[in-house]
Design a protein around this ligand. Structure first.
Ligand SMILES: *Cc1c(COP(=O)(O)O)cnc(C)c1O
Length: 382
């Protein structure tokens, strides 16, 4: 299991034995608070709020930014479905934006999808590939948008020397089973804004008023949800965070080996997808000239064609595309002036990219011997 070794097991047992399983249940300093401080320092950001999922981290970030009914939120058409579901949870509507060859949000299409109702954009650093943050931050300033980085799939990755998640107005991590840090379920909101931090903290804790939120936010107390992180999660995330950079260095090394192997095939129909900070890249994507070549390559064990990765592909977002809601009177589509296009044909460029791009497994948990076998299989793709 990703990230779970003797240190995590020892930390979990120690926490269980302590009897303190909830961060606010004891007068002792909580493990969640300690983890938050370590995470904030590691990522180079003023505040980190630990929560119980990446999806809830997105929702807390949108609440913090004051996004709500009538607002439009730009999201890429290639991302985990949560990025598009989170705006709906706060009453806003997601507007699908194409991804380009880098597999991150396409700035030209963002420009086209912009309206006076656009309030925020959620660029996503997919499969450890980083977005063009300089351009995105400039775009956000120019159009008065909140930039919320979805760094759920790129924890620890850097863009021009800064950790992703620390560059936009807010950043979001997930610690689910498949991510660079893993507590089964979990997440975090990062921000340098005292006000946004205070609002996210209040919302994630049912609007409790006695925890000292007043130190960062002096607006009225409003109710929220319970998205608190359990102590056990923080206990196992702390040792993982200390190992994170070593794990990412393994990814970086393996990435170079994969590219060497692919180059040695001498195939003119495969190129590495362009990357926004290629010197520090820890993710890999391969772009093929034809759909068929990508499909065949994607059948190799340890390789995945992006079009075949389920709910990362907007055409499989049944719940978004249905435009149904849990209550008609709260339906965000009633409050918006937009007529969002969630049809299968709404983002043809994205579909083309997903159908012609493959990624290769670089996970540090994969034993060296298994990774060697993967390289051998790649070498056979003549
Ligand atoms: C995993 C993920 C999420 C949601 O995280 P959960 O912890 O599963 O709720 C959001 N966005 C992206 C890009 C993700 O990969």
């Amino acid at each position: 299991m990703a990230g779970i070794g003797p240190r995590e097991i020892a930390a979990a047992v120690k926490t269980l034995a302590s009897g303190n399983l909830a961060r606010y249940s004891s007068t002792r300093p909580s493990l969640v608070s300690a983890f938050e401080a370590e995470l904030a320092s590691h990522m180079g950001v003023r505040h980190a709020l630990a929560v119980n999922s990446g999806t809830n981290a997105l929702i807390c970030a949108l609440v913090a930014a004051g996004v709500g009914p009538g607002d439009e939120v730009l999201v890429p058409a290639y991302t985990w479905v949560s990025t598009a579901a989170a705006p709906l949870a706060v009453g806003a509507v997601p507007i699908l934006v194409e991804v380009d060859q880098t597999l991150t949000i396409d700035l030209q299409d963002m420009e086209r999808k912009l309206t006076p109702q656009t309030k925020a954009v959620i660029p996503v650093h997919m499969i450890n590939l980083v977005c063009d943050m300089d351009a995105l931050v400039a775009f956000g300033h120019q159009h008065n948008l909140t930039v919320i980085e979805d760094a759920c799939q790129a924890i620890g990755a850097t863009y021009k020397g800064q950790r992703v998640g620390s560059i936009g107005d807010l950043g979001v991590f997930s610690f689910n089973q498949h991510k660079n840090l893993n507590s089964g379920e979990g997440g975090a909101v990062l921000t340098n804004s005292d006000r946004d931090y205070g609002r996210a903290e209040m919302f994630h804790d049912v609007g409790s008023y006695e925890r000292g939120y007043r130190s960062t936010y002096d607006g009225p107390v409003f109710p929220g949800i319970n998205a608190r992180m359990p102590e056990l999660s923080a206990a196992i995330l702390r040792p993982q965070l200390r190992r994170l950079d070593k794990q990412l260095a393994t990814r970086e090394r393996r990435r170079a080996m994969v590219l060497d192997k692919v180059n040695s095939l001498g195939r003119a129909d495969i190129t590495e997808s362009p990357h926004h900070d290629v010197e520090h890249a820890i993710g890999v994507a391969l772009l093929f000239d034809t759909v068929e070549a990508a499909r065949v390559f994607g059948e190799t064990r340890g390789v995945r064609r992006l079009a075949d990765t389920g709910r990362h592909n907007y055409t499989n977002w049944v719940s978004i595309r249905s435009m149904a809601y849990h209550h008609d009177d709260l339906d965000p589509h009633r409050f918006t002036q937009a007529t969002p296009d969630y049809s299968e044909t709404s983002c043809p460029q994205t579909l083309d990219m997903l159908e012609r791009t493959c990624t290769v497994e670089l996970a540090p948990e994969l034993p060296d011997a298994a990774f060697k076998l993967l390289l051998t299989r790649l070498g056979q793709q003549r």
